[in-house]
Design a protein around this ligand. Structure first.
Ligand SMILES: *Cc1c(COP(=O)(O)O)cnc(C)c1O
Length: 569
C-alpha cells in the first residue's frame, strides 16, 4: 500500500498502546519541567515561570492572566534609563525579568504548532545552563578549556550517526542554520576560487552558484552577503512536484556551465524543506557531479552542501529495526519513516551539512552545527596568520581559529546539544520524533476525511502539514480543484480560481484566529507547475508543524472538528 493510501486509513494511524507508554515516559522524564526530576526548576521564580506556561490559553490572553501583567508591560516599555543605585540581592523583586521570561512566546503550550520551533527538553535546558556557567569562549581552545573537547565529542557522535568517518570528519557550532549554510557556500567558494579570499568574487573568474528553488531563504540572503551576483551568477534549479531538486534540470545546467568552462563552486541541496519536507536525492546528485566532472575533466569538484536544518533528526532512525518495530510506531508513520531513512542515509555523501539542534533537536537557541565530511576543508577557509597576532601560535593548529567567520563563539549550544544527546539517547529521540510524525499523519488523515481539504504532498513525511480548505458549496472535489490550481502559472481561469479559493480559506483562517491549534498562514504552501518562460506561481495555504512534543491527539481532534463546523457554515 502506498503512503497516500495509508494516510487515509484509520487503522494505519492508530496510537498503539505500547508506543503511548513509551511516549508518556519520555514526556514525563524530559519535557515536564518537573523539579523532582530536574532540580534546576526548583528555584521559586523558575517554578513560577514554568507553572504559568502550563496552559492552553492563546498568547494574546497571557498578559491578562499574569498578575498585574498590563502594569508590568507598561513599566517595561516605559524604562529608558539605567538606574543609579544598586539593588542588592534580596532587596528588590526582579518582577520584570520574571514577567518577560514567562511572557515569551509559549512553545510549551500543546497548541503551539506555528513553525519549526519547539520547547527545549529539560536536560537540554540543564546542559545549556551549565554551559552558561562555564562561559567558554569557543574562539580558541585556550579560552574555552574542556568545552573545546566537548564540541569535538558531539561532532564525533553526530559523524557516527550520519555515517561519516568520525576520524576524518570535523565541524563547528555556530550562530544558526543560516550561518551553517554560509559556511557551506564558503567551503566551496574558497576551494574552487582560490583567489577569492583576497580578490573577492568578481575577479577574473567565471562561476555559477547552484541551489534549488525549494531552498530556505538563507540560500539567497547568504549569497548577497558573499557578494555573489544573484541575477547573473546564481542558478536556481527547478523543483519537482514533491519540492525536491529537479535532477534533469540540474544536469542540464551543470552541462551548460562546464561546456563554456564556467566553474561551479557549490551545489546547495536541502534534506527536509521547511514547509514541505522535500528531501533531495543526495546520492544521485553526488553521482551526477562525479560523472560530469569526469566527463569534462574538472579537478575541483563542486562542494555539495546539504541544508538539513530541520530534517536531520531522521538520522536517529538509520539503525532502527523496521521489521520488529520495537517502538510500535503505527503503519502509516513507519512506512513514511522507512522511506525517509533511505534518503537520510545519503547524507554521508554530502561534503558538509547544516544541523539545527534548536529545531527538532529540542535544544535551546542557538545550537547549530555545521558538519564537514573532510576536516581538511577547513584549511581552505584559513585566513592569513598575520591577522591572528594576539593568540598563542603553538596552539593555533589545534582549533579552527583561523577558519571561523566568528571571533567570540558561544559554547552554550555545544552543552545543550551534548546534554540532549546524552539524556534522550537514540531511543528518546526516536520516540519523540515518531510521536511528532504520527501527529502529522493523523492531522493529514483528519483533513482528508473532512472532504473539503487538500493536503500538500502527503508523501513528504515531515512534521509540517500544509493544507488548503475549500468551500463545500463551491468545490465538490478538492483534489481535482487543486490539480487545476497547479496550472495557474499559465492559465488565467485557473489563476482566478486559485485566488478565489485562497480568499475563502484565508477568511476562515482569520475568523478562527489562534484557536484549536495555533497554525500559520503561508504565502507559498505549494509551487505551481511551470509554464512558458519558466514562469511559476506560489499558492498560499495554512500550515501546522507537529514538532511540539506535548501536542496530543485530542488537540488535533478538537481542531479538526472546529474546521469541519466552520467549513459548513
Ligand atoms: C530554519 C531553517 C534554516 C535557517 O536556520 P536558522 O537556525 O533559523 O538560522 C535554514 N534552512 C532550513 C531548511 C530551515 O528550516
Amino acid at each position: 500500500m502506498n503512503q497516500s493510501e495509508l494516510i487515509t486509513l484509520a487503522s494505519a494511524n492508530a496510537l498503539n498502546k505500547d508506543f503511548e507508554v513509551k511516549y508518556q515516559n519520555v514526556i514525563s522524564d524530559f519535557f515536564s519541567r518537573d523539579p523532582g526530576k530536574w532540580p534546576i526548576f526548583n528555584h521559586p521564580q523558575i517554578q513560577a515561570i514554568t507553572q504559568f506556561r502550563q496552559t492552553t490559553d492563546a498568547d494574546v490572553q497571557q498578559i491578562n492572566r499574569y498578575p498585574q501583567g498590563k502594569d508590568l508591560f507598561a513599566q517595561l516599555a516605559g524604562e529608558s534609563h539605567v538606574r543609579q543605585n544598586v539593588i542588592r540581592p534580596g532587596e528588590g523583586q526582579d518582577d520584570l525579568l520574571v514577567f518577560a521570561s514567562a511572557l515569551c512566546k509559549n512553545w510549551e503550550n500543546p497548541l503551539a504548532v506555528e513553525n519549526v520551533i519547539a520547547m527545549p527538553s529539560d536536560p537540554a535546558v540543564y546542559g545549556s545552563m551549565l554551559g552558561l556557567l562555564g562561559n567558554p569562549n569557543m574562539v580558541y581552545c585556550e579560552y574555552s578549556g574542556v568545552a573545546d573537547n566537548m564540541e569535538k565529542t558531539v561532532i564525533r557522535k553526530v559523524a557516527n550517526l550520519i555515517g561519516y568517518d568520525a576520524d576524518k570528519a570535523s565541524g563547528l557550532f555556530t550562530q544558526g542554520g543560516t550561518m551553517c549554510n554560509l559556511y557551506g557556500y564558503l567551503f566551496g567558494i574558497r576551494k574552487s576560487l582560490k583567489q577569492s579570499k583576497h580578490l573577492g568574487m568578481s575577479v577574473d573568474q567565471d562561476f555559477r552558484i547552484i541551489n534549488s528553488q525549494g531552498g530556505h531563504y538563507s540560500n539567497m540572503t547568504n549569497l548577497s552577503l558573499l557578494g555573489v551576483d544573484i541575477t547573473n551568477k546564481t542558478i536556481r534549479i527547478r523543483v519537482a512536484s514533491d519540492n525536491t531538486i529537479d535532477l534533469a534540470d540540474l544536469e542540464q545546467q551543470i552541462r551548460a556551465c562546464y561546456t563554456v568552462h564556467c566553474k561551479i563552486p557549490v551545489i546547495l541541496l536541502t534534506a527536509g524543506t521547511t514547509d514541505t519536507f522535500g528531501v533531495d536525492e543526495i546520492k544521485q546528485v553526488y553521482d551526477l557531479r562525479n560523472r560530469l566532472c569526469e566527463e569534462f575533466e574538472i579537478t575541483e569538484k563542486p562542494h555539495i552542501h546539504v541544508d538539513a536544518a530541520v530534517g536531520w533528526p531522521i538520522i536517529f532512525f538509520i539503525d532502527y529495526d523496521f521489521n520488529t518495530n520495537p517502538l510500535a510506531i503505527n503503519d502509516a508513520t513507519l512506512a513514511g519513516l522507512r522511506h525517509n531513512v533511505e534518503k537520510f542515509k545519503q547524507l554521508k555523501y554530502a561534503d558538509s551539512i547544516t544541523i539545527d539542534f534548536h529545531k527538532w533537536g529540542y535544544v535551546p537557541y542557538t545550537s547549530s552545527l555545521v558538519m564537514v565530511r573532510d576536516g581538511d576543508d577547513f584549511k581552505a577557509l584559513e585566513n592569513d596568520p598575520e591577522n591572528f597576532t594576539y593568540f598563542e601560535h603553538a596552539l593555533e593548529g589545534q582549533t579552527h581559529l583561523q577558519s571561523t567567520i566568528e571571533c567570540s563563539r558561544s559554547g552554550v549550544g555545544v552543552f545543550g546539544a551534548y546534554a540532549g544527546l546524552h539524556y534522550l539517547g537514540v531511543e528518546g529521540y526516536q520516540t519523540i520524533i515518531a510521536h511528532c510524525l504520527q501527529n502529522a499523519n493523523y492531522m493529514r488523515n483528519q483533513l482528508l476525511s473532512m472532504g473539503n481539504a487538500c493536503v500538500m504532498v502527503p508523501e513528504n513525511q515531515g512534521p509540517s502539514v500544509g493544507f488548503r480548505l475549500y468551500s463545500p458549496k463551491l468545490v465538490n472535489d478538492p483534489q481535482a480543484m487543486f490539480a487545476h490550481e497547479l496550472t495557474c502559472a499559465g492559465d488565467k481561469t485557473a489563476y482566478d480560481m486559485m485566488v478565489r479559493n485562497s480568499r475563502w480559506h484565508r477568511e476562515l483562517f482569520l475568523k478562527r484566529g489562534k484557536a484549536g491549534l495555533f497554525t500559520n498562514w503561508v504565502d507559498s504552501i505549494a509551487c505551481s507547475a511551470y509554464a512558458e518562460h519558466n514562469r511559476f506561481a506560489y499558492i498560499p495555504g495554512e500550515k501546522a508543524v507537529f514538532m511540539n512534543p506535548v501536542t496530543q491527539r485530542h488537540h488535533i481532534d478538537a481542531f479538526a472538528k472546529m474546521l469541519k463546523t466552520m467549513s459548513a457554515e
